[in-house]
Design a protein around this ligand. Structure first.
Ligand code: NAP
Length: 262
């Protein structure tokens, strides 16, 4: 007699864990290398659609390949952040396509010159302020209405210990990061009663091109990497994150509250 019994049913596949940032739209500046690239990839792996901003088109395309290989998606925006009209147009384009923005990672930055204040070329000074400060203000100006349209808008800006250490010869960079901290804390105060949460992030020394330029004698192998930091950026960008106006300090893993005058 023919055996008509069916083979035992194979066990039902485990349901895939939902990605924590599925459906979220994220802008990451300085996504072509270093901390921004690692952040963009980690956000995409967590399910966010990443709008990747930097000047170097080839590096953005390589990021796009890595994002796709990880099952994510990205939109590449090659632009110089000193082109402020382009930042305004970016806000308009995001509004048209998605109507909101969930995550902004203001990471792009430049070191400028390491030399005594009296020796700095005014053009170098201006360009450090343009990228590290004014571009982040212009990003806030352009993207704040879109972050407010998200039910959990999250903004993260990358600062540095240099903002408060005020070391000799780091003038433009230190001043720019101190200004960035004032900018972001002001933005946090202005959004305190909205769902938008905005954080500063101090990465500490990480193995990137900028760090190598600042510390040529240092062995990069002794440093942690942007990939070590990236999961924390995902956490700061997630709807579960509730702190605002404070600094996540990666070297210590602590959230630091900047001192306010009495
Ligand atoms: P990095 O490797 O030099 O990367 C800098 C990124 O900023 C690049 O993607 C670069 O892209 C982008 N960028 C610079 N100027 C730009 C412009 N005019 N327009 C658009 N994009 C621009 O530096 P990193 O170490 O990853 O630094 C990232 C952030 O972390 C910076 O804000 C830095 O101050 C901060 N930080 C780093 C460390 C560290 O140890 N690495 C420590 C403290 C703070 P393109 O050149 O392609 O435009």
């Amino acid at each position: 007699m023919a055996d008509t019994s069916l083979p035992p049913a194979s066990p039902a596949p485990e349901p895939l864990a939902p990605k924590p940032l599925a459906e979220r739209i994220a802008v990451v500046t300085g996504a072509s290398r270093g901390i921004g690239r690692a952040a963009a990839l980690a956000l995409a792996e967590a399910g966010a659609h990443v709008i990747a901003v930097a000047r170097t088109q080839g590096a953005l395309e390589e990021l796009d390949d890595a994002v796709r290989a990880a099952g994510g998606s990205a939109t590449l925006v090659p632009l110089d952040l000193r082109d402020y009209d382009a930042i305004d147009r970016l806000g308009g384009a995001i509004h048209e396509r998605w109507g909101r923005l969930d995550i902004l990672v203001g990471n792009a930055g430049v070191l400028g010159a390491l030399m005594p204040l009296g020796h700095i070329d005014p053009k170098v000074w201006a360009s450090v302020m343009d990228v590290n400060v004014t571009a982040n203000w212009r990003l806030i100006r352009s993207l704040d209405p879109l972050l407010r349209r998200s039910e959990a808008g999250r903004a993260v800006f990358v600062t540095s210990g240099a903002a408060s250490s005020c070391r000799a010869y780091w003038g433009p960079y230190a001043v720019s990061k101190a200004a960035l901290e004032a900018l972001v804390r002001t933005y946090a105060a202005e959004t305190a009663t909205t769902p938008v949460r905005t954080m500063l992030l101090n990465p500490g020394p990480l193995r990137t091109a900028m760090r190598k330029a600042a510390m040529p004698g240092e062995d990069p192998e002794t440093l942690r990497t942007p990939e070590d930091l990236a999961p924390h950026i995902v956490r700061l960008a997630s709807p579960d994150w509730t702190e605002s106006g404070t600094i996540f300090d990666f070297p210590t893993g602590r959230v630091l509250t900047p001192q306010k005058p009495a």
